[in-house]
Design a protein around this ligand. Structure first.
Ligand code: MN
Ligand code: MN
Length: 334
């Protein structure tokens, strides 16, 4: 007789016993993130039929146009965690300031940072979307956390992962003991274990980058991507391009199949586009936990000093050997 795969909450209770924190709280946190995923996935399935596509007419703190779905996803995260007794502060890519939940303090021991909807430019054309989350511990219990308490190094995360709204909905996470993936079984509304202990191949044969920005890249970055296109049987080149404009979807492909994703710094904009706290740190930890590597091109993402809530950072992430090779080019060592 076959087996029914473990549900997300069963898996956490059974397998994460070595987790430093409280497995029950962690299970609660991930279940709430899973709930957000179910609610958003439900909307996305009929997005063209209900009035949720297009823009709100507003701009967010990053100076980007806000899609209706950005706002819906952000609100869904807030509603799911307000009164949850799980987190006492949240910060989102879509909000200038963190939101504090004094009613959850001091019993709630965690803080949550998230990109509520990743790949928003994909909303109106039925392409993949995602959400990214990063969990920190409240270190103090003598006062409510402040904005500064949320601005922390990637190595201080206690849980991180993402939701992927692709042809199926997935929740992928790490607490520092490998990376595990769950697929939403929509008929019963449960996340079931579909990818236990994901390992990223040491080298891949695809790369993902927005090459429309080629003219803004540094010489090293240009040389690296040029090199990927030169046929070389031994190195498995030329590589194929796979780029969806949804960071989560692109990193997920690489996490499973290997390869490299690059959003580098640009001339006149060395900090690049992606956000350290909402995107780079959580994805870096996931990819490292699967045996991959995540870098700014110069240094490890998780060692980056966090200075501001909405700090940006270049991101080069994927198979260890591919990222090492990209670093050599970017640092002009090749
Ligand atoms: Mn994003
Ligand atoms: Mn976003």
């Amino acid at each position: 007789m076959g087996q029914i795969p473990l549900t997300l909450s069963r898996f956490i209770i059974q397998k994460q016993t070595a987790y430093s924190g409280d497995a029950e709280e962690l299970s609660g946190l991930l279940s709430q993130i899973g709930l957000v995923g179910k609610l958003i996935a439900q909307d996305l399935r009929r997005a063209g039929l209900i009035d949720i596509l297009g823009t709100t007419g507003g701009m967010n703190v990053q100076g980007e146009t806000v899609k209706k779905l950005d706002e819906i996803a952000n609100e869904t995260f807030l509603k799911a965690f307000h009164h949850s007794e799980l987190v006492c502060a949240v910060a989102s890519e879509e909000m200038e300031k963190p939101v504090l939940f004094p009613e959850n303090w001091p019993q709630a021991k965690y803080m949550l940072l998230f990109d509520p909807l990743d790949g928003s430019s994909n909303t109106d054309c039925n392409m993949p979307l995602g959400a990214i989350f990063s969990v920190l511990k409240c270190e103090r219990n003598d006062r409510m956390p402040t904005e500064d308490d949320l601005v922390r190094k990637g190595t201080e995360q206690v849980a991180a992962g993402y939701l992927l709204y692709g042809s199926s909905t997935m929740l992928v996470y790490t607490v520092g003991q490998g990376v595990h993936g769950f697929t939403l079984e929509p008929g019963i509304g449960e996340y079931l274990l579909s990818h236990e202990r994901i390992r990223t191949p040491v080298r891949g044969k695809v790369y993902g980058a927005n090459e429309g920005n080629y003219h803004k890249w540094t010489t090293g970055m240009k040389k690296y991507v040029d090199d990927l296109k030169v046929p070389d049987k031994n190195a498995g080149k030329p590589y194929s391009v796979r780029y969806s404009a949804c960071l989560v979807a692109d990193v997920h492909r690489i996490l499973l199949g290997g390869g490299i994703y690059l959003y580098p710094g640009e001339l006149g904009k060395p900090e690049g586009k992606l956000r350290l706290l909402y995107e780079a740190n959580p994805l870096a930890w996931v990819v490292e936990q699967a045996g991959g590597r995540a870098s700014t091109g110069i240094m490890r993402i998780l060692d980056m000093e966090a200075k501001q809530l909405h700090q940006r950072v270049p991101l080069i992430i994927g198979s260890a050997d591919d990222v090492l090779e990209a670093e050599e080019f970017i640092q002009d060592r090749r």
